[in-house]
Design a protein around this ligand. Structure first.
Ligand code: NDP
Ligand code: GDR
Length: 371
């Protein structure tokens, strides 16, 4: 019998990589997607199978984490061996604008899944993975952050995820459900949403190199993040649910980098050397040297500015994780480092916008505007 997994958030970055991983391991994968006015399955379209085929391993269900009846119905029909709860309003800055919705989807959504397991009597059958986050650590209490570091959330997103973390622990202790938290530090990829900082940077590097954009506007350049690759991190999710006992695990690379340094690294991938001057909102990044004739920019050209609109009301300044428990118990270690991650992301965006540029130059209209 094939193992069955149910993934909430299957259309997101991690959902796509996890689906690929589980299909490669022979799972029957069920995913919950939201109805949207335009198709939102771009990231998993390559895995889609015609429902008329005989052997279907990927099945999508319409649903939403804010709708208990829908979750109960899907879980009752699928009876999954494993649930991966990846669905969430996952943008920290946007959570300040939509705090109530974020609490509903990210906090209560987790409760709804746990209750569904209980109501359906699946406590001994269904294991559940909760997508917890390094944002729980928030205001720095100690570094590197481990499973024992106190939490101090700094956004409506993180506060909602704090509830989800503890309700997962509580249902494990109260009802014996195999419910585990992966406390994942930032992880990125060419599939990363366009408004998260790494992807915003790699897209801008590609467009600036191709002459399609002049400048990149960013917020806090001093923030430090422990960035890994989503492909590595979904393996940890899988391993967490293959353990004999449930538990909570920090998943991180153990290396931290400032936003400014990631910008510098991303521009380096196209042979553009940046230098920065000024402080705070007056800081600028300009071309110091350019060694690539294909993407030539005059030294002195200003390509990065700070726009305080991107600052957050309360910021998380420093994240650096200690993945020792994951290494010891799961045997997990990341394969990517910050250099291979930045390179893969910039190269993917160069290809993407290279195509757009070619189309544009051949007289076709493309969505992304020249700036
Ligand atoms: P994405 O933003 O790329 O994907 C989020 C997914 O959740 C999308 O499929 C989205 O659907 C879906 N979703 C949003 N709201 C709802 C809802 N109300 N009901 C059902 N589904 C919903 O996030 P990531 O893939 O990067 O992250 C996956 C999970 O891991 C999230 O919970 C995130 O908070 C958490 N996390 C992420 C980290 C990271 O660095 N990437 C680090 C730590 C935790 P749609 O496509 O329709 O928008
Ligand atoms: P984060 O990721 O908030 O850590 O949450 P994001 O990439 O949005 O920000 C990282 C840091 O960069 C600073 N920053 C900017 N951020 C954005 N988005 N846009 C900018 O222009 C910009 N300029 C500077 C931010 O202030 C911040 O310090 C991500 C999400 O995936 C969460 O769902 C997940 O839980 C955490 O990672 C771990």
């Amino acid at each position: 019998m094939k193992k069955k997994a149910l993934i909430t958030g299957i259309t997101g970055q991690d959902g796509a990589y996890l689906t690929e991983l589980l299909l490669s391991k022979g799972y029957e994968v069920h995913g919950i997607k939201r109805r949207s006015s335009l198709l939102n399955t771009d990231r998993i379209d390559h895995l889609y199978q015609d429902p008329h085929e005989e052997q279907i391993n990927l099945i999508l269900h319409y649903g939403d984490l804010s709708d208990s009846t829908n979750l109960i119905r899907i879980i009752s029909a699928v009876k999954p061996d494993e649930i991966y709860n990846l669905g969430a309003m996952s943008h920290v800055k946007v959570s300040f604008d939509t705090p109530e919705y974020t609490a509903n989807a990210d906090g209560l959504g987790t409760l709804r899944l746990l209750e569904a397991i209980r109501i359906l009597g699946l406590e001994k059958k269904t294991k559940i993975y909760q997508a917890s986050t390094s944002e729980l650590y928030g205001l720095v209490q100690a570094v590197p952050q481990s499973e024992n570091t106190p939490f101090y959330p700094r956004s409506p997103y993180a506060v909602a995820k704090l509830y989800a973390y503890w309700i997962t622990v509580n249902y494990r202790e109260a009802y014996g459900i195999f419910a585990s938290n992966g406390i994942l530090f930032n992880h990125e990829s060419p599939l990363r949403g366009e408004t998260f900082v790494t992807r915003k940077i790699t897209r801008a590097v590609a467009k600036i190199a191709l002459g399609m954009q002049n400048k990149l506007y960013l917020g806090n350049l001093d923030a430090q993040r422990d960035w890994g690759h989503a492909k590595d991190f979904v393996e940890a999710m899988y391993l967490i649910l293959q353990q004999d006992e449930p538990g909570d695990f920090v998943i991180a690379t153990g290396v931290t980098t400032t936003v400014r340094e990631f910008v510098r690294l991303a521009f380096l991938q196209v042979g553009i050397y940046l230098a920065f001057t000024g402080h705070g909102a007056d800081e600028k990044g300009y071309v110091e040297n350019c060694t690539n004739p294909d993407f030539y920019l005059e030294p002195g050209t200003e390509v990065v500015s700070v726009d305080p609109n991107y600052y957050r009301p309360t910021e998380v300044e420093l994240l650096i994780g200690n993945p020792a428990k994951a290494k010891a118990k799961l045997g997990w270690e990341p394969k990517y480092d910050i250099y291979s991650l930045a390179n893969e992301m910039v190269m993917a965006d160069l290809e993407l916008f290279g195509r757009d540029k070619l189309l544009k130059e051949s007289g076709y209209v493309v969505n992304d505007q020249y700036e």
